[in-house]
Design a protein around this ligand. Structure first.
Ligand code: PEP
Length: 252
């Protein structure tokens, strides 16, 4: 079984002092953790402050996006080596908000995934269908395309550091969570696809996170699903008590 990963996506929230305080509370509440990994992803401008707080703790630092060139005339972008320099070990790529509002495509996702791997970052590749796609019966087709196209530039060994996050768009920030059965059905299919791309033992070790309104009162049942290896948490990761309860989910 892969070590579960509980990841917080802070989106466009918190000035750096607030982010540092939030990170401090989370790090303190994670001191006892042995069997699971925790990551938080603040905004770029808070990375340095949060890295300072998390140094020596059990909580890893991640970024919410990355550009695929290392350096150059790309005003406004932040590269993978810069994220490593800032203390990151993870990066979220292809979040549905970036696909919806910032013209992220499978093509740009693939470039970002490969660049992150080259710099030694663990990449969290987000996939997920919209409500219209689910209602049209297209969920499996959509997630398969996003996964296969997202890794098209990733060298084979890179698959081992990949984390996949299944985030149904209709569940993000809506309070409407996928049922454990809905989540497990998609996670099992993602695992099957990974098995076609790599040695099945290695595919079993790839973490597939669920994201979409994960809260203290639904995390235990989601984490009980055999192919759910963690959670990507938005809103609840900004509330230390809620996030710490999620991190300390109860195993059944
Ligand atoms: C997310 O942004 O990745 C997310 C899952 O958000 P929320 O938990 O708020 O639905």
């Amino acid at each position: 079984m892969p070590k579960p990963l509980l990841a917080g996506n802070w989106k466009l929230h918190c000035l750096s002092a607030e982010a540092a305080a939030l990170a401090g509370e989370i790090a303190k509440g994670c001191e006892d953790l042995q069997d699971r990994q925790v990551m938080v992803a603040p905004t770029f401008t808070s990375l340095a402050a949060v890295a300072g707080v998390l140094r020596g703790s059990k909580v890893a630092l991640g970024a919410q996006d990355v550009y695929w060139e290392d350096t150059g005339a790309f005003t406004g972008e932040v590269s993978a080596p810069m994220l490593v320099d800032a203390g990151c070990s993870f990066v979220i790529v292809g979040h549905s908000e970036r696909r919806e509002y910032f013209e992220e495509t499978d093509y740009t996702v693939a470039k970002k995934i490969a660049a992150s791997y080259r710099s030694g970052l663990s990449q969290i590749l987000c996939v997920g269908e919209t409500l219209d796609q689910r209602e049209a019966g297209e969920t499996m087709k959509v997630i398969e395309k996003q996964l296969r196209h997202g890794i098209v530039e990733l060298p084979a060994p890179g698959l081992e550091s990949l984390v996949v996050a299944y985030e149904p768009v209709w569940a993000i920030g809506t309070g409407r969570t996928a049922t454990p059965e809905q989540a497990e059905e998609v996670h099992a299919r993602l695992r099957e696809i990974l098995c076609t791309l790599m040695d099945p033992d290695k595919a079993d070790a790839v973490r597939i996170l669920y994201g979409g309104s994960v809260k203290p009162d639904n995390v235990d049942e989601l984490m009980a699903c055999p192919n759910v290896n963690g959670a990507l948490v938005g809103g609840a990761s900004l509330k230390p008590d809620d996030f710490l309860r999620i991190v300390h989910y109860e195993e059944s």
